[in-house]
Ligand binder design. Sequence first.
Ligand code: IYR
Length: 232
Amino acid sequence: MSEKDAGDGFIPYDLPRLSAEEMIAKSKAFAEELETRRSVRVFSQEPIPLEAVRHCIDAAGTAPSGAHKQPWTFCLVTDPDLRKKIRKAAEEEEFKNYHGRMSETWLEDLGPLGTDHVKPFIEEAPALIVVFKQVHDTKDEAEKKPNYYVNESVGIAVGMLLTALHRIGLVALTHTPSPMGFLSEALGRPDNERAYLNIPVGWPADGAKVPDLTRKSREEVLVEYHGKPLSL
Ligand code: IYR
């Protein structure tokens, strides 16, 4: 009997084994599917099936997290008044970013994206998912307990969220209207939460365009260390 048998808080776990051929075919198809994902800034105003978005948030919530603290809150916002308020506050911060807070180099780097301080997508996208990280695992000051690797954990969850949304044909934007304190205020979030990303979600607007970008090749991003000839 191993030290980690049932009864000590562990349960059996296994997954079906695929053949090497199936593994290669499925991973290739998945990479090709994700290759078509793009950040989109122009949304159709058509409402989207929110139950599908909730399932995507369920998928995000399966992410690994430091000490399994699951330090995330996803706020799903469709309320037009709230979106208007969020847009106004975001544009005020973004105006300061684009007119002084961001360096010349930063502004030059953003040139190909064609962004500025005006953010109509906050009101036009039918839904916003405002993601909060939980810097402590309770909002009760007296009982404040630590969370661990919060940025890593929430970042992984957001990656899974974007993937899930893409798989059902929705587009999203990871919008970072820094500083983001106004989002906590607008959504009445507790003190242990900090806004992490504002993610408008919807279908692309008719005739939507995205910047003509290329992704780094496998050779540019992958460095392999095997030490001996590979059998697979
Ligand atoms: N938050 C600003 C600026 C911005 C910064 C980066 I780095 C981007 O990749 C895109 C935009 C904005 O949303 O416009």
